[in-house]
Design a protein around this ligand. Structure first.
Ligand SMILES: NC(=O)c1ccc[n+]([C@@H]2O[C@H](COP(=O)([O-])OP(=O)(O)OC[C@H]3O[C@@H](n4cnc5c(N)ncnc54)[C@H](OP(=O)(O)O)[C@@H]3O)[C@@H](O)[C@H]2O)c1
Length: 320
């Protein structure tokens, strides 16, 4: 397949690019700023998804067999900074990609989120009624509806959960944020009553490429790992995985902090049927997800000094 991948420099998009290439597909990568090949990055072409004319022109020129959309303003805090721009990207850009895909007869795979739910009735099925608590969740839900109203043929909207993995910039995922906070001596509070069902970028990418290869699977699906865990416990497991004492993380309570930080879904788990029975890719355990994590390159020096047992993991990156 010739695949146009939007958001290829992100945490998930970079894993999708690796997976596409390893399964013999040709991948044309697009992102906001574009990149030359460098540390952790593949080359990507800059193409703003909110610029509909440029996107249409480029896709007509490329005429891909499939379009994958991992591009987004993906952090709820960033959406709050400029909601109008985020809307143009998360909703307008996504809807337009669905329209272009339909015009080209290309398969379209769009990524959405568990944050479309309010967290009061977990585990969620894909048929459950969404009720987003944040502007980010509202935009992602609006995008889903817009895409699914373009066509119900040759199209997948895949809702995913918190993603573990190594991002190209080394700052995007949970373990990267935790290690950066510790390295900068920033306070680190994680909530024990904020429960998620995380997955790894590699595993989500594998499920996505399978979905691209399976044109009989169309519509809205859920995908996640096979374990629920609180954000606090995930932080503890991450630090143990890197041979570090978890005392650097303070246990907090979302219930107590809600008045100050605003409402957030407390419990987001997914019912994985029917997709789990149809794919070869299986949802991974948390331990499996943590196996592939590495220390971000910019933190090597700090990590060697700060880890209680750096010897376990130093060889992973010093041998590269
Ligand atoms: N990360 C999670 O835990 C999580 C959980 C649930 C769902 N999701 C969903 O998964 C998808 C991927 O998330 P992610 O964590 O991989 O995001 P990410 O790391 O923040 O990457 C976002 C990607 O989108 C690109 N992008 C941003 N604005 C753009 C624009 N205006 N035009 C074109 N490209 C643009 C970025 O390019 P630059 O690098 O050039 O800026 C980057 O490649 C999103 O739909 C997100 O909502 C993520």
């Amino acid at each position: 397949m010739k695949v146009a991948l939007f958001g290829s420099t992100g945490l998930l998009g970079s894993a999708v690019e690796n997976e596409l290439k390893s399964r013999g597909h040709s991948c044309h990568s697009f992102s906001r700023r574009g990149t030359k090949t460098g540390q952790g990055y593949h080359a990507s072409e800059d193409l703003l998804i909110e610029n509909h004319e440029s996107v249409t022109r480029r896709m007509l020129d490329l005429w891909p067999d499939a379009i994958v959309n991992c591009a987004a303003v993906s952090s709820p805090d960033q959406v709050k900074v400029n909601p109008a721009l985020a809307h143009a990207i998360n909703v307008g850009g996504s809807r337009h990609l669905a329209e272009v895909s339909s015009h080209l007869g290309a398969r379209f795979l769009h990524i959405s989120t568990d944050m479309v739910f309010d967290g009061s009735k977990s585990p969620y099925r894909s048929t459950d009624q969404p009720n987003p608590l944040s502007e980010y969740g509202r935009q992602k839900l609006e995008a889903e509806k817009a895409i699914l109203s373009v066509t119900d043929e040759n199209l997948v909207v895949l809702r995913i959960t918190l993603v573990n993995g190594n991002s190209p910039g080394g700052t995007r995922s949970q373990h990267e944020k935790i290690l950066h906070a510790l390295a900068n001596n920033e306070p680190l509070v994680l909530f024990e009553d904020e429960v998620r069902q995380p997955c790894s970028s590699e595993n989500v990418a594998s499920a996505m490429v399978e979905l691209l290869e399976r044109p009989n699977l169309n519509g809205l699906f859920h995908w996640a790992g096979d374990e629920e865990i609180s954000r606090y416990q995930l932080g503890v497991r991450i630090l143990r995985r890197f041979g570090m004492n978890p005392k650097g993380i303070k246990k907090g309570s979302l219930k107590k902090e809600e008045a100050r930080i605003g409402l957030r879904p407390r419990h987001l788990g997914f019912e994985l049927a029917p997709l789990v029975g149809k794919l070869k890719t299986k949802p991974p355990s948390v331990d499996k997800q943590l196996e592939g994590l590495i220390v971000p390159p910019s933190l090597y020096g700090w990590y060697r000094e700060a880890a209680d047992d750096p010897s376990r993991y130093v060889p992973r990156f010093s041998s590269k």
